[in-house]
Design a protein around this ligand. Structure first.
Ligand code: MN3
Length: 198
């Protein structure tokens, strides 16, 4: 079994003006494609071949290539799915209620999430997760790690804060990138992820 680069549900330029087309194209067709190819190469002919991506994330046994490229494969797959040209706004329903109950308000959740994304030193990701008790939590992880690897939560939304995700358009302005990204978050998908994991 080999992993395939997921197709985007929208064009590379569909998230303009918030996320630029060239960054999207390079990010998907070079970076994500690279993680996918290197993951396949790392597991080929090993006892890990045939495992699901979730199994690989928790059973990499210290294999750095499986950890980094498997994480890159999984993380970017979630990233693309939770963005849409029709994104933005805020969630209603169960997820909206859970955010209000946990963080006090949607705005406060955004502040906490942005803080996690801003304070991640170097490369990594910020996450909104369902924790092991079924509650919501925010965290960040380095490199291509994610909370599934640590068994600390199930991500329903993730933001890539590697410089390759924003430097062409925003330069060192990670905060401007985060602010722009909220405009393309597809809360319908995040709400579905919440229902499926909570
Ligand atoms: Mn990336």
């Amino acid at each position: 079994m080999t992993f395939e680069l997921p197709k985007l549900g929208y064009a590379y330029n569909a998230l303009e003006p918030h996320l630029d087309a060239l960054t999207m194209e390079i990010h998907h067709s070079k970076h994500h494609a690279g993680y996918t190819a290197k993951l396949n190469a790392a597991i080929e002919g090993t006892e890990m071949s045939g495992m699901s991506i979730e199994e690989l994330l928790t059973n990499h046994n210290g294999n750095a290539s499986v950890r980094n490229n498997g994480g890159g494969y999984w993380n970017h797959s979630l990233f693309w799915e939770t963005m849409s040209p029709n994104g933005g706004g805020e969630p209603s329903g169960e997820l909206g209620a859970a955010i209000d109950a946990t963080f006090g308000s949607f705005e406060k959740m955004k502040q906490d999430f942005a803080n996690a994304a801003m304070t991640r030193f170097g490369s990594g990701w910020a996450w909104l997760c369902v924790d092991n008790g079924g509650g919501l939590c925010i965290c960040s992880t380095p490199n291509q790690d994610n909370p599934l690897m640590e068994g600390s939560g199930n991500p329903i939304l993730g933001l890539d804060v590697w410089e390759h995700a924003y430097y062409k358009k925003f330069g060192p302005g990670r905060g401007d990138y985060i602010a722009a990204w909220w405009n393309v978050v597809d809360w319908r998908v995040v709400s579905e992820n919440y229902k499926n994991t909570a």
